[in-house]
Design a binder for this molecule. Structure first.
Ligand code: ACO
Length: 407
């Protein structure tokens, strides 16, 4: 339970406890509330996306996510997020062409990736590779629209190639070259599985990318914004966001959902599993959200897509377990607003598409790059370096004890 503490209160308490002057924060901040995790504190003004956590609404630039996922494509959505409006036919053709042109990796980046340990997590490989782009495209011309346009293209184009390349390299193979005749989503699945995907698989994967493309100021986007605010290059911005997305409380949850479903093993074991977790106050992966207090609208869409895929490719027994988990968790925790989030069904969809478990989060990153870049651009338009404050809880004016006298 979060109890907001005013900075003034905390400083006063701290000052009294230590008998020392509190220092650090001046009176101008005296009315600010300290909220762990900055919950509910606006970090930016933004027109990129909107979430209503009580009604389960998500919009990108004002357009409902359901329409974009079903009627649009990921590249159209990325264009919308980054440049602020849906592209015309010519704009989309030119955007798609530029992205296709930039898909290949420099051989030195591929060689660098060949030196990564095979046992390393693909998110670490992606973070390192994204950061390395900054070495190859190092000009930092943040006021030049052409530099910004080229960086956007390069990042959207190369991130999927990097994810697929590391997968091939760690299996001991050479990376598969992108295919110009395939769209963005289909090309990624091709580079991963060495096989052209069925159009329905490509369409569903493309929609998954759209669903994951943006979600207001979550942890990784905040990380991107903080990095962007120092006016560093966009490759560092993306690398820092990838590092943040990697954690199990954020993008890493869908990988854990699949292992949880495997651990449960059968529908009959669900109730005991959930009861045990709840009584030990342990989190159930794929449930709960800082903003949504109803079922995440993306989880609703993904669930339907999972069913479509199972109709085509055969049912996954994990899906029956997942349905039962959802039912039992809703019974036990629904009153707290704990419902499936986007990660609950995405792992099942990815599994059916032949994506290895530890690539689920890199796939999330492929999609979220669009949102990170949109926020990077927005931050540059009215930049002010992030410099929050703190509530100091330590001591003051302690004596320096020489090393030989320390106990
Ligand atoms: N399982 C069981 N209980 C939960 C869960 C869960 N998954 N999530 C929250 N709760 C409970 C907490 O125990 C807490 O109960 P209490 O008030 O009795 O102490 C209450 O709900 C509030 O939980 P917080 O952790 O304070 O909520 P917060 O908003 O900080 O956390 C978060 C949100 C991190 C997503 C959390 O729900 C969680 O850890 N979920 C599991 C991991 C997960 O699925 N992450 C993916 C999120 S979506 C994304 O990042 C793309």
């Amino acid at each position: 339970m979060i109890t907001p503490t005013t900075i003034a209160d905390a400083q006063a308490t701290n000052g009294k406890a230590s008998g020392q002057p509190s220092g650090g924060i001046n009176g101008a901040y005296g009315t600010c509330a300290f909220r762990p995790g900055l919950e509910g504190i606006p970090a930016v003004q933004s027109s990129i996306s909107y979430v209503d956590g009580k009604q389960g609404i998500l919009e990108y630039r004002g357009i409902p996510i359901d329409d974009l996922a079903h009627r649009g494509t990921f590249l159209e959505t990325a264009y919308l997020l980054i440049w602020g409006q849906l592209p015309t036919t010519e704009q989309l053709e030119s955007f798609s062409h530029d992205i296709q042109y930039h898909r290949r990796l420099k051989f030195r980046i591929r060689d660098m990736m060949k030196c990564f340990p095979e046992s390393g997590h693909p998110m670490d490989a992606l973070q390192a590779s994204a950061a390395a782009l900054g070495l190859f495209y190092s000009r930092r011309a943040l006021l030049d629209p052409e530099y910004i346009r080229a960086a956007v293209m390069r990042i959207i184009a190369k991130i999927p190639t990097m994810v697929a390349a590391f997968q091939m390299i760690r299996k001991g193979n050479d990376p598969i070259q992108p295919r110009d005749d395939l769209g963005y989503a289909a090309n990624f699945l091709y580079m991963l599985n060495e096989q052209k995907p069925d159009p329905i698989e490509a369409k569903i994967f493309d929609a998954c990318l759209t669903l994951h493309a943006e979600h207001t100021i979550n942890a990784s986007t905040f990380s991107a914004l903080v990095t962007a605010s120092t006016m560093t290059d966009p490759y560092a911005v993306i690398a820092s966001a990838v590092g943040t997305l990697a954690g199990p409380l954020h993008g890493g949850a869908n990988e854990e959902v699949v292992s949880m479903l495997d651990e449960i093993g059968s529908v009959d074991n669900v109730k005991a599993y959930v009861d045990d977790r709840v009584s030990c106050r342990q989190k159930i992966m794929g449930f709960g959200h800082r903003v949504y207090k109803v079922k995440d609208p993306r989880a609703c869409i993904l669930q339907k897509m999972a069913e479509q895929l199972f109709d085509k490719l055969g049912r996954d027994r994990r899906y029956d377990i997942a349905l039962e988990v959802e039912k039992v968790v809703e019974d036990r925790l629904g009153h707290k607003g704990i419902y499936p989030n986007v990660d609950f069904y995405s792992g099942l969809v990815y599994k059916r598409l032949g994506i290895p478990d530890d690539l689920f989060t890199p796939v999330f990153a492929i999609a979220r790059v669009a949102g990170w870049l949109a926020h990077w651009r927005e931050q540059l338009e009215e930049n002010r370096i992030f410099r929050p404050t703190q509530v100091y809880t330590g001591a003051h004016q302690l004596p320096y004890i020489p090393i030989e006298e320390r106990g």
